[in-house]
Design a protein around this ligand. Structure first.
Ligand code: ADP
Ligand code: MG
Length: 238
């Protein structure tokens, strides 16, 4: 578990600056939700935290460690994508163990960690299947399982449920809440879904055009939105 700090973080693609200096302190074990319109920079922020994109300026700390130049695999961060990003030619077991294998962990250690994660996510009976033999919800559970096995300090979720139907979304939302309760990791979760944001978040970060518009608990944002933009995003009556 770790706290996470962004200090005046910016990101430019070529000459275009898309993140304009973000400051954010995330507490150890906190469940943070990023919301904001398409293109406001949610995925870019997650990708910088994960180490999949360079930070143009500013600092990223996880725990005491400055992470700007630390490679992705060494940050203690795992990311779950909307598209699941599973390997089609690998079984569930191999997909879940892949990262550990790359890290050269022993086969019996990998087997144990995969079995533990499979139990947590009720995937035990699916371990020998291929992704094409799974439903959308099962695929997303495998993607989450793959993130869990590495025992990350920080989980990043980029709209993980948006490809699922409404009923399954409700179910998976509860699973993610339960997972957070059980693991207690710091989680950063991007969603378009107001209800997801309101039910999952300890605090919600409302983003707009590469800047933070407001940060607060769901209650605070609902009751006291700073402006009409936040109110509309949170669905409060103001
Ligand atoms: P969100 O996830 O909130 O929809 P993104 O983080 O994907 O937004 O994008 C933020 C901005 O950065 C957008 O204007 C997008 O076009 C731009 N952007 C994202 N990735 C790249 C890239 N690889 N090259 C150039 N521009 C990018
Ligand atoms: Mg995005």
């Amino acid at each position: 578990m770790s706290n996470l700090k962004l200090k005046t973080v910016t990101k430019s693609f070529g000459k275009a600056e898309v993140i304009h200096g973000i400051d954010l302190d995330i507490h150890d074990g906190e469940f943070i939700v990023f919301v904001g319109p398409s293109g406001c920079g949610k995925s870019t922020l997650l990708r910088m935290i994960a180490g999949l994109e360079d930070i143009t300026s500013g600092d990223l700390f996880i725990g005491e460690r400055r992470m700007n130049e630390v490679q992705a695999a060494k940050r203690g961060v795992a990311m779950v994508f909307q598209s699941y990003a599973l390997y089609p030619h690998l079984t569930v077991r191999q997909n879940m163990g892949f990262g550990l294998k790359v890290r050269k962990e022993k086969p019996d250690t990998i087997a144990r960690k995969v079995d533990d994660a499979a139990k947590t996510l009720q995937l035990e009976k699916l371990l020998d299947r291929y992704p094409r033999e799974l439903s959308g919800g099962q695929r997303q559970r495998v993607a989450i399982g793959r993130a869990i096995v590495g025992d990350p300090d920080v989980f990043l979720f980029d709209e993980p449920l948006s490809n699922l139907d409404a009923e399954l979304r409700v179910h998976m939302r509860a699973e993610i809440a339960a997972l957070h309760g059980r693991l207690g990791n710091t989680m950063i979760y991007v969603t378009h879904d107001q209800i997801e944001a309101m039910t999952l978040a300890d605090r919600i970060v409302v983003l707009r055009d590469g800047l933070i518009e407001q940060v607060g608990t769901p209650k605070e944002l609902y009751a006291h939105p700073d402006n009409v933009f936040v109110a509309q995003f949170i669905g409060s009556p103001k």
